[in-house]
Write a protein that binds this ligand. Sequence first.
Ligand code: SAM
Ligand code: SF4
Length: 469
Amino acid sequence: MKYINEEKINNLIVDATKIDSRKLDVILKKAKSLQRLTLDESAVLLLIKDPEDIQKIFSAASFVKDAIYGRRVVLFVPLYISNLCANNCLYCAFKSDNSLIKRKALTVPEINTQTEWLLSRGHKRILMVCGEEAPSGKSNIDYYTEAIKAIYAAEVGKNKIKRVNVNCAPLGVDEFKQLKASGIGTYQIFQETYHQDTYLRMHPKGPKRDPDNRIDAVDRAFSAGIDDIGIGALFGLYDWRFETLGLLSHVQHMEKKFKVGPHTISVPRIEPAEGAELSLNPPYKISDEEFKKVVAVLRLSVPYTGIIMTTRENAGMRDLLLSLGVSQISAESNTSPGGYSAGNAEQAGLPDRQAGGQFSLGDHRSLDQIVGALIAHDYIPSFCAACYRLERTGETFMQMAKPGTIKGKCSMNALITLKEYLNDFASVSVRDACQKMIARYFKQLDPLEQEQLKLFIGHVDSGIRDEYV
Ligand code: SAM
Ligand code: SF4
């Protein structure tokens, strides 16, 4: 596979087992000064086995998370617009050979209704997701751009979607330019596995079969001007240490070629998917302990990159991973196209087959419950999209994220958007918790920031929405 040196990764894994664990302190000191780690250093961390040393890694990861991101956690929701797919990925319910699920591509009015439902719950950031096949008579890019337009057009009261990120099939440079022009935030694409043979086995047919075309999609998106890119690996297909070092090799490639790493890294674990046998028994199932290590090592290795955790994971695991480095989480998700307007299909207890979902989920809490739980753990829920609006993307964002200077802005914006949520959507008990949190953080600000926050809060109370610094 392009940009991935398998032999080097395999050697790193073998060599790291021989390394004196005293080297650990040196590596953790470097990480805590917010410097990027080398592949060798990350490999050492991944291979550490002693429970006390693992605890050291976890507390260093919490330190770095706090130093760069503060207490804010960004919330988003996926919107599945279609489950039509020309590929046959062995782990996914949308695979073309699967006749057990109902196929559906949402129309523009349906996308609008779905978005309105999400807005009415308080969501402001959408991740648009779909299989790799447009409804008949349309090209992929035409379908994506009309869907994005429909999402941005939806309105509930004064609330609109602030940022649409996209997780869709790889495109050509010209098509990526159209995607960028439609106003997307991050373009996400997961390599699934960085191990060539595994990749070929998992993707037996369809356009996704070519691993180089997939990994090069990141480069094409960059060339087209999309500089916020999200990468990821699907954990369970191959050895977790190899995949983590594969992800980090991919980061190195991006940094070398574009002088900017990925905006986010996703670490989905394979979940059971209707009609996709492999998903029920993944070949390299990763344990909870190993998974925690992956998140912590990524946080230490690429401190300035956001880490995303979706509702594939259960509530307990998600709450815990926040302290190890996760900075963005999804909430109230449904993986079937149309699932929201029918009520949340998973929450209503519909079987996956009927719901046409991609895989089953681990966290079924409502957005309001998740906001409440975040506050209870002293995290500030954030619906902010300021960086994207102010063109603090790509290298500009990294310049601010690297020394930790983005933190102040993030916290301020998180508090403003939390106040919007409080006024428009929160349940009585969560409203009270939001109020207390804003008051508590207000006290920690310097006098100038206090004035600024007071002003914004006054604006929110007078009905103004969507202000940010
Ligand atoms: N179809 C496009 C693609 O594959 O790139 C984009 C959307 S796909 C629906 C999003 C991601 O879902 C995939 O990249 C894959 O990592 C993940 N996925 C697929 N099957 C899964 C499963 N059974 N459990 C967890 N995640 C899964
Ligand atoms: Fe299609 Fe994506 Fe599922 Fe593969 S992972 S079958 S490309 S939707």
